[in-house]
Design a protein around this ligand. Sequence first.
Ligand code: ADP
Ligand code: YYY
Length: 411
Amino acid sequence: MFRCGQLCSRVFAVEFDLRTEPLYFTLNSTPQVLHKAYQELFGDDGKLFSLHVHCDNRIEKAQTHAEIKHQLSIALSRDCDVFEASSFIPDVKNSLVKGFFIRDKSTTDLSEDVLKTLQQSKSVCVFSYKREGQYCWQEMLSPVNQVEESVRQYITPAAAAEHHPSTLNIRNSDVFYNMDEAYKVLKECTDIIPESKEVLKLVDEQLETSRGDGFPVIVIEGLDATGKTTLTEALRESLNATLLKSPPQCLAPFRQRFDSEPPLIRRAFYALGNYITAAHIGKESLRAPVIVDRFWHSTAAYAIATAVGGRVENLPEPGSELYKWPEDLLKPNLVLLLTVSPEERLRRLRDRGQDKTIEEAELEVNQLFRLKVEEAYKRIQNPACIIVDASPSPQEVLQQVQHLIRNKYHL
Ligand SMILES: Nc1ncnc2c1ncn2[C@@H]1O[C@H](COP(=O)(O)OP(=O)(O)O)[C@@H](O)[C@H]1O
Ligand SMILES: Nc1ccn([C@H]2C[C@H](O)[C@@H](COP(=O)(O)OP(=O)(O)O)O2)c(=O)n1
């Protein structure tokens, strides 16, 4: 487990510019000459700090990280740059510790005061960086006690990681590959989020359902405003099908609450939603074809795209086990991914004129995130999704999809 005094085996990554590779470095007791990119980051024009959250309790850790992110964005928004940073052991799963780099451009000691306050929490560790000529070193920001004495550690450039560090902790923190793992997260939250108990109760009430050779199950996926609601309603009519969605209606009262939680908790909630919907699918597909509006592809694609910082290239590579369908989740017969151009999607969002979730609002400004969600959708395997161009008229999109379904099922 990461401790303030045990940094030497770790590599640090700073997302200095989201469009490029992070800057990687390690720490060493002997001085190292630094090249330009590092000198720029550690430049002596401002004050530089890093902050990491280390805590054995994963719920507490996730919440502390989210709280600090929020506090930094409020307290330091004007005169400081706040970069996502991480510390990890290369290729070691679950070794990632998330944090921030803060570059203070103010003429006052704005960030130092804020950081000293944050450091009073026992799970927060703050370091400051100093530069002398071509050397930079790190030391603890005013060590709070003699045990954690401040040791000068020199910055040493490190090779780029083969796998982007943010991919190291995805399994069971952002994406869950069986129900038990997601269930455990909500169980650990019951004291601080009472609604977790109600959600778990709803999960428990779903009887085990195994699906025999029932009617086909067709999932419609895509970013918000790509036309899922329009198409799923039309398919329901034309196929005489049952229409379901994930998260299911019974979780609607809890969705806003879990949407405000950090990824660990939020993604566990959506994962469990898929299992409840799967139970409904199991029952309904005995009677009629079932159309599902969003399912596991959405859960995994949004979770991976949120967890992975920066560029599309940082996503887990195609074929990675992180794109594997959960072993215990009902598999649909057909998954269709609706795609439209970013411009058309924006036009539809504006025409609809309704409130967007914060995440969707971010999608608009965050082209990188949208690209990662779409790419992650396409990399999920077994079942993989079939891409449908959803830019023609609703009638034409329906015909296209009916054609695909007819070819497969003669419905
Ligand atoms: N094929 C289409 N062509 C033009 N506009 C469409 C089409 N399909 C849906 N829309 C419109 O785009 C908006 C978003 O569609 P909707 O079905 O609600 O998307 P989603 O469920 O994926 O968020 C709605 O205003 C809808 O009327
Ligand atoms: N099956 C699902 C459905 C949605 N999600 C998550 C993924 C995103 O964070 C949001 C997207 O939901 P959003 O409210 O934008 O979607 P709709 O408007 O309902 O199409 O929900 C999920 O994880 N799993």
